[in-house]
Design a protein around this ligand. Sequence first.
Ligand SMILES: Nc1nc2c(ncn2[C@@H]2O[C@H](COP(=O)(O)OP(=O)(O)OP(=O)(O)O)[C@@H](O)[C@H]2O)c(=O)[nH]1
Ligand SMILES: [Mg+2]
Ligand SMILES: [Zn+2]
Length: 304
Amino acid sequence: MKEGIVIKSTGSHYKILSSEDSVYDCVIKGGFRVKGIRTTNPLAVGDKVIIDEKRMLIVSLMPRRNYIIRRSSNLSKESQIIAANIDQAVLMICISMPETPTEFIDRFLASAEAYRIPVTIVINKEDLLGEKDLLSAREIIDVYSKIGYKTLLVSVKNGKGLNEIKTLLEGKTTLIAGNSGVGKTSLLNGLNPELELRTDDISQYHEQGKHVTTFPEMHFMPFNARVIDTPGIRGFGVFDFDRKEIYHFFPEIFKVSDKCRFHNCLHISEPGCAVRTAVENGDIELWRFRSYISMMLEDNSKYR
Ligand SMILES: Nc1nc2c(ncn2[C@@H]2O[C@H](COP(=O)(O)OP(=O)(O)OP(=O)(O)O)[C@@H](O)[C@H]2O)c(=O)[nH]1
Ligand SMILES: [Mg+2]
Ligand SMILES: [Zn+2]
């Protein structure tokens, strides 16, 4: 028996890195159960496990420090664990080619807040930004840094900001998330050229509607960092939380909410709502409030 960590999961097969640095291709032992959460994948990248290396079996899962889940698709009833035991996440976004909708950003941030995972927003492809796009980038930086999120404007292509990203990742396990084509895998190659991971031209995405990276995988950086590359996500459904709690995961809304007249105010149409007043005054960004409302009003049946 050996202790190891899941570095890649394809759903049926798991690549396990053992504590003495050997890689095993394992399957899960029959009858293996994870108590508590219902997910389509019992194990995820980052999970610590015990393996029977002679039979190439995963025999047990060690307790998780944390994890992040999303609803897998409109059709599926269950949720999917994207990764476990992570220190932080980087949400990579683009202003264009491809554009990341702000609602996508807000849904990811809210999920990460719910799981208490710190997020840095990295705007990539700075080299492509024209004057107007640059203004949009500035606005995003302003809005999210005011809320308290760290934001960086980088270009993986010409190396701008890579040193800041290195500093951010050093000594940690980081999940890299973002919509397809923003340059997540390119970032990993940029940080460690020896990886030679597959990336693709953006036109491919539109033609095939396919993601280039197909399974989450943990990679190791020479500067003592573990980075989990993930397939581009299309969107986040409302996660398994009480709808009444969603505003807790929008820090600036939560902060203002104790001034609402009713302690159980959901900031939709209640009288004396301090949140809506703050939106009207411009203290809370309108698009953030819209993302909140959209999550509140979402037809959950789509995701169940
Ligand atoms: N102009 C420009 N192009 C970039 C930059 N970073 C990445 N790209 C290009 O964007 C395309 C997509 O990059 P990928 O790294 O495959 O994107 P991804 O986020 O891993 O995509 P998925 O695996 O599908 O989720 C590639 O053609 C990259 O060369 C950048 O800073 N500037
Ligand atoms: Mg990729
Ligand atoms: Zn309110």
